[in-house]
Design a protein around this ligand. Structure first.
Ligand SMILES: *Cc1c(COP(=O)(O)O)cnc(C)c1O
Length: 402
């Protein structure tokens, strides 16, 4: 019987890309295929480098394609409702490959001035300095700033929403229109919300990147990245870069972990968000806290925009603790459920001090322009019991009150 509707997000998360009929034993999950090469039907078979099609069960050599990676690529494309998906060795590899696929020396990129710090460094120290790609960074919370920065050579607009750690939001569909009116592509790093809470292609983006290290894998035990697009020419170039020019694809074991992680994405994201909302409200009411940055709070300056373009607010928030940096450090070091660590998106709660950790390399001036004070604390709220998390924060505040 034909089904009337396509399977929903939760269903695709569990099964798309994995087909029990494809293995001899009928495995319900795709095995970890480790083979580096595959036997061919014969010399005359038309399995040339360009023709192998994993969708027809054809494999030639492990760098080009691998059944476990192929399943993960189909899964991620399906979750973002994209025609093409690619999995990479890291989020950074995914983003760098996207830039290489969309800009050439002499081209210009407009970027959010509040990107993941590694992406900003990649743009300035590699693409600008070494590849002669010019980059203008703007405060994209006002789409007018993006429009004003566009030049005749602008080929790519690169956004993140919400940003890290200030949780600023940019209007993706307005920015998509600005990019398209100027013959540029819009790319979005969707790591912070995952496709469960935001699907940038449906808002007009042309290409979407992820660090699968974060929510998509979700268990802090794999480094990986993914890119999806509906754009056939960008996809051709991504494939060439991933398989031939760079060979920076995701290894089979990480692809297996990613497939496994995505099965629980919906359930995890709902729990992350429910816990984050309780903690955001707890912090907002706390006397020792100045400002809380979480799009789910009505006090967030772009609460309405985030409600329109996202289907949830996610599990990451930041806040300014009162006192000086030594108070912030004492608070962090006194916690036991929240681990002091960089990264986000795992089932366990993590907490860090951007000015001394992730955003230390930016320098004090850039940090203050981005609103990253010395006492701004960022947390990635996990899926532990909320009462244990709040009790831990209570202990932290008690330790600095003494
Ligand atoms: C972590 C992260 C990256 C980089 O991903 P890696 O897997 O560490 O290379 C890029 N963008 C965002 C938003 C991230 O959080």
């Amino acid at each position: 019987m034909e089904r009337e509707t396509e399977p929903r997000f939760e269903t695709r998360s569990v099964s798309t890309g994995e087909d029990p009929a494809e293995t001899s034993a009928g495995d319900v999950t795709v095995p970890i295929h480790l083979a580096s090469t595959y036997t061919l039907p014969g010399i005359d078979s038309d399995l040339s480098l360009e023709d192998v099609d994993p969708d027809r069960g054809e494999y030639l050599y492990g760098r080009l394609s691998n059944p476990t990676r192929h399943a993960a690529e189909k899964r991620i494309a399906s979750l973002e409702r994209a025609d093409h998906g690619f999995c990479f060795a890291s989020g950074s590899a995914a983003i760098a490959t996207t830039f290489l696929a969309t800009v050439e020396p002499g081209d210009h990129v407009v970027a959010f001035d509040d990107l993941y710090a590694g992406t900003t460094r990649m743009l300035t120290d590699f693409f600008e300095k070494q590849l002669n790609v010019r980059v203008t960074s703007v405060d994209a919370t006002d789409p007018g700033n993006v429009e004003a920065a566009i030049q005749p050579e602008t080929k790519l607009v690169w956004m993140e929403s919400p940003t890290n750690p200030s949780m600023r939001i940019c209007d993706l569909s307005t920015i998509a229109n600005v990019a398209h009116e100027n013959d540029a592509l819009l790319g979005v790093d969707n790591t912070f919300l995952s496709p469960y809470f935001q699907q940038p292609l449906s808002l007009g983006a042309d290409v979407v990147a992820h660090s699968t290290t974060k929510y998509l894998n979700g268990h802090s035990d794999s480094i990986g990245g993914a890119v999806v697009t509906d754009h056939d020419t960008v996809a051709e170039e991504m494939k060439f870069l991933q398989q031939i020019a760079l060979g920076n694809q995701m290894p089979p074991f990480d692809a297996y972990l990613l497939l496994r992680g995505t099965k629980t994405l919906s359930a995890r994201m709902r729990d992350h968000e429910a816990n984050a909302l309780v903690i955001a409200e707890y912090l907002e009411d706390h006397d020792a806290v100045d400002t809380v940055h979480y799009p789910g709070l009505e006090s967030h300056p772009q609460h309405d925009l985030s409600e329109r373009q996202q289907s949830g607010y996610g599990g990451i928030l930041s806040f300014d603790i009162q006192g000086d940096q030594s108070d912030a450090i004492e608070f962090l070091e006194s916690l036991s459920e929240f681990s002091l660590a960089v990264s986000v998106g795992g089932v366990e709660s993590l907490i860090q001090l951007p000015a001394a950790m992730t955003h230390e390399p930016l320098g004090a001036e850039t940090r203050s322009a981005l609103g990253i004070t010395d006492t701004l604390i960022r947390m990635s709220v996990g899926i532990e019991h909320i009462d244990d998390l709040v009790a831990d924060l209570d202990d932290g505040f008690a330790s600095i009150a003494q």
